[in-house]
Design a protein around this ligand. Structure first.
Ligand SMILES: NC(=O)C[C@H](N)C(=O)O
Length: 542
């Protein structure tokens, strides 16, 4: 008898050619494959925010102690991972001391929900006291006059911003190689990409350089790097979190999202940043539940905590072009969800494959308009020139990178009078189809699941000169943005690669504003998935 994982792979290679639209999911793996052997020193525990809070309240540790611990890890790991474009270590130390003084004189009242929690902020979110470049040379040295709303809310809750994390220029890319400043590496294997565009935010949490981080997700920029780096990533419903102070890439798709090393930490962060903001007219006034308390009050000892939950596993996401190791991990995760009491069935989303081209047309079209502000006058570094046109032209030619220029050209083309109907309008029609097929499926299922990416982290440089191959890697995530839905990625297993295996993330998609339910399922899944440790080998000596 072959071992279960091998048997599962053999079974996959004989997958039925003609898909059946909807059928009961029968997991080929009855138990989860065991974790690759690792000798890892434990990183911060599953609820780092809670343990920070408890130590501050009990007086066991000061905010200065906690900050020193994270900064020392950051200094040790940063030369390898290069998660940050800007590290604000002195400001973080000052803010921690200030918090300690307030705790000493005011007691518990000074301890907000994120007191003493070190946060990394993607560098396309504006921060008043540190540079904000969007990963672009055109904004090198730019310092905004205000904090993005999500950043302001984090600070008001007591969080300490430790720095600005690296990204593909203005969010355009899937590897973080497209940054104008540096290449971030994956904490699981430094010859591989961390994913993108929020690769710096994902690697920073994975390497425990900060407790949680902010990212943005236009077509998967939070979820795919979360999967590549073995951390939790949440893309909220469009409008759940204010976009005020987020450098616009594609405004109808952009959302601010969060990374944590656990679902509880991610939920805690969401409660703080979510909610209506008068500075963003697209932000929703839908109630913001206390996502964290809802999780903490769950009884995890129940034998079937997911009873009555109906899960649809998206058939199109487990076919050709998806690594067999990823498929095995997702099927094993689905089997685990079944063991927890849910009903898992395969569901077909026929418009699934149309989403990718539609996304790239729409995102590039919106980008071509949004990025016109970087002209060397309103924003961006000025170059000396003899006339205005030369100034615009030279500022943009010198300041913007290749991928960004390519997308501006593609978007301008798709919006031009002669091609608008053939490309932009068509893509909008596909968007409507995608939305409808999700609505249909989500009437039958509470959540839909899929991989977060067709592969685990790949090698740096592997797709750098092949934009179409890189775009194809976004197939699992872009549809969710087209439909404006929330999705949570939770690490669920490993595939071979690197010294300790490479993490794989399970994507869970829900109806608008169902973040609470996704977090509940994600938390139960994570807390019952005991065989795996998602602490990267980089931290083995800490
Ligand atoms: N921004 C994103 O969500 C990433 C996506 N790969 C893009 O380049 O558009």
């Amino acid at each position: 008898m072959p071992p279960p994982l091998q048997a599962h792979r053999m079974l996959l290679s004989h997958r039925r050619a003609s898909p059946i639209p909807r059928r009961r999911f029968t997991a080929a793996v009855s138990s989860l494959p065991s974790a690759p052997a690792k000798t890892l020193a434990p990183g911060p525990g599953p609820s780092s925010i809670l343990s920070i809070r408890e130590s501050l309240l009990s007086g066991e540790r000061t905010a200065a102690d906690i900050t020193a611990e994270y900064l020392s890890r950051l200094r040790r790991t940063e030369p390898i991972v290069r998660s940050f474009i800007h590290v604000a270590d002195a400001a973080a130390e000052r803010e921690a001391q200030e918090l300690d003084r307030r705790i000493a004189s005011g007691g518990q009242d000074a301890v907000g929900p994120l007191a003493g929690v070190l946060v990394g902020v993607k560098d396309n979110l504006c921060t008043a006291n540190m540079p904000s470049t969007g990963g672009s040379r055109i904004l090198d040295g730019y310092q905004p006059a205000y904090d993005a709303t999500a950043v302001r809310r984090l600070r008001e809750a007591g969080a300490i911003v430790v720095g600005k994390t690296n990204l593909d220029e203005f969010g355009m890319g899937s590897t973080t190689e497209g940054s104008g400043f540096q290449v971030t590496t994956n904490p699981w294997d430094d010859s591989r990409v961390p994913g993108g565009s929020s690769g710096g935010s994902a690697s920073a949490v994975s390497a425990r350089q900060c407790v949680v981080s902010l990212g943005s997700d236009t077509g998967g920029s939070v979820r795919q790097p979360a999967s590549f780096c073995g951390v939790v990533g949440l893309k909220p419903t469009y409008g759940r979190v204010s976009r005020y102070g987020l450098m616009a890439y594609a405004s109808s798709l952009d959302v601010v999202g969060c990374f944590g090393s656990s679902v509880v930490d991610t939920a805690t962060m969401l409660s703080v940043i979510a909610g209506h903001d008068k500075m963003d007219s697209t932000s929703s006034s839908h109630d913001v539940p206390d996502y964290r308390s809802d999780l903490v009050s769950l009884n995890l000892l129940e034998s079937k905590p997911l009873n009555n939950l109906r899960i649809g596993i998206i058939q199109e996401t487990l076919g050709d072009g998806v690594d067999t190791g990823v498929i095995s991990s997702i099927k094993a995760a689905a089997s685990h969800l079944e063991q927890l009491g849910s009903v898992v069935e395969e569901v077909s989303l026929p418009s699934f494959s149309l989403g990718l081209p539609a996304y790239y047309i729409l995102a590039s079209s919106e980008a071509s308009s949004n990025l016109s502000r970087y002209d060397g006058i309103r924003y961006g570094r000025q170059v000396s020139a003899d006339d205005l046109n030369e100034l615009y032209g030279d500022s943009r030619s010198n300041g913007l990178g290749h991928e960004v220029k390519m997308r501006i050209l593609m978007g301008t083309y798709a919006l031009s009078a002669g091609y608008y109907d053939a490309y932009y309008k068509r893509a909008q029609q596909v968007r409507t189809l995608v939305k409808k097929s999700f609505e249909e499926a989500l009437r039958r299922y509470d959540i839909l699941v899929s991989p977060a990416a067709p592969s685990a982290a790949y090698k740096i440089g592997e797709k750098a000169n092949d934009p179409l191959a890189m775009y194809a890697g976004d197939i699992m995530t872009v549809n969710v943005n087209l439909a404006g839905l929330p999705a949570l990625v939770v690490p669920c297993g490993f595939v071979d690669g690197g010294s300790a295996g490479l993490p794989v993330g399970l994507q869970m998609i829900g109806s608008p504003f169902s973040e609470g339910n996704l977090l509940r399922v994600g938390h139960i899944f994570e807390q019952t998935l005991q065989d795996f440790s998602f602490v990267p080998p980089l931290l083995a000596d800490s």
